[in-house]
Write a protein that binds this ligand. Structure first.
Ligand SMILES: Nc1ncnc2c1ncn2[C@@H]1O[C@H](COP(=O)(O)OP(=O)(O)OP(=O)(O)O)[C@@H](O)[C@H]1O
Length: 354
């Protein structure tokens, strides 16, 4: 049985529909992420799950039991833990007391054992006597996670939990949070606009747009097999280059012929002949390989040093540009023409808009 099911939920503020027919299902122990641009409705969806907002249509079920829809179970009876962007720790309570705060029904001994266990999980053993202001931002957020986990909730909801932290710490903490959640078998949903966080933490990611989930998929598939132009553009870097269907599973483009393992998207007439449909082909920087032996030459118009790699922007003979990631010992000057070839695992193609 899924731990959480959202069945076509809709929520509006007045006339402004913010969440539209949103459905998803989470298995116990799964970590999901709602990812999207500011204002797409991620926080509102999370607030509906927590019970802070009623849903106007649809149903939410936790462990098969309806909590929103024809009934409305209040937030405090849903056994859901929350982690917020600003940590929301009690400043006048020690770390120990913050973590133990929500364990009202436990005995002193149980509470102590649980808090010690969680302190160890978050790497703060021996620091329980400190107060929030004596901790770094990353440590405070780990305490906030421990506090949310302490009462053994059915589900943890995290709203932009890393956005107050600097980039390096954000990456490290997102991996640590995933490890803690996985070690405890906790089901969780993260809300963020940062795809690196989403990819570091979640098993499944829903890319949201305008209140809807545009694609619900694994991070790998979102990157390599985006279902729509919007997802292709929102996730990762890349360019769309024009191509032409040369057969049901083959496309011709400026950089050569590409074989697709799936039938290419065609319009009805093209289905009949299997040729000449115009497509836009997605090329990621890792699809375009720098190779001195390759006959196709492209001019370096921009380069960004990434440490282990350069991200080159290259101009093709047609004037169109592609991105290419190359190991950083291949250090080429602006204006230089370098050989490139394609190494595309899956062809991602969208029918050219008339
Ligand atoms: N309480 C409210 N009353 C009226 N409108 C609201 C309320 N809360 C949110 N909205 C509007 O709903 C839309 C979606 O907001 P929401 O916070 O869910 O988006 P979000 O994707 O989480 O954005 P962000 O990343 O900026 O937090 C926005 O246009 C916002 O202005």
């Amino acid at each position: 049985m899924p731990l959480l099911e959202l069945d076509c939920i809709t929520q509006a503020y007045g006339d402004h529909v913010v969440v539209r027919d949103l459905s998803l299902s989470l298995e116990p122990g799964q970590i999901a992420c709602l990812l999207g641009a500011s204002g797409c409705g991620k926080t509102t969806a999370l607030r509906c799950i927590a019970g802070f907002e009623p849903v106007q249509r649809g149903h939410i079920r936790l462990e098969g039991q309806e909590v929103s829809g024809s009934v409305h179970v209040p937030p405090e009876n849903r056994q859901i833990g929350m982690v917020f962007q600003d940590y929301a720790l009690f400043p006048h309570l020690s770390v120990l007391d913050n973590i133990g705060f929500g364990m009202g029904n436990a005995t002193r001994k149980e509470r102590q054992a649980r808090v010690e266990e969680l302190l160890e999980r978050i790497g703060l053993t021996g620091q329980g006597h400190k107060y929030p202001h004596q901790l770094s931002g990353g440590q405070q957020q780990r305490v906030a996670l421990a506090r949310a986990l302490a009462p053994q909730p059915r589900l943890i909801l995290m709203d932009e939990p890393f956005s107050n932290l600097d980039v390096e710490l954000r990456e490290r903490l997102s991996v640590e949070v995933r490890d803690v959640l996985k070690a405890m078998g906790t089901t969780a949903i993260l809300v963020t606009h940062d795809q690196h966080e989403a990819f570091a933490v979640a098993d499944m990611v829903g890319v949201m747009r305008d209140g809807r989930i545009e694609q619900w998929d694994t991070p790998y598939r979102l990157y390599h097999c985006p279902a729509t132009r919007y997802v292709a553009d929102f996730i990762g870097q890349g360019v769309l280059l024009p191509g032409e269907v040369a057969g049901p599973e083959m496309v011709r483009m400026e950089l050569g012929l590409l074989h697709s393992d799936l039938p290419l998207e065609c319009n009805a007439e093209c289905m009949a002949c299997g040729k000449n449909c115009h497509l836009d082909i997605l090329l990621r920087p890792d699809d375009v390989i720098h190779d001195d032996e390759a006959p196709i030459r492209a001019e370096v118009v921009h380069k960004a040093f990434k440490g282990a790699e350069f991200l080159y922007t290259l101009r093709l003979p047609s004037g169109r540009q592609v991105l290419s990631l190359a190991p950083s010992h291949h250090d080429h000057a602006l204006g230089e023409k370098i050989g490139i070839r394609l190494d595309v695992d899956h062809v991602v193609a969208f029918l050219t808009q008339p």
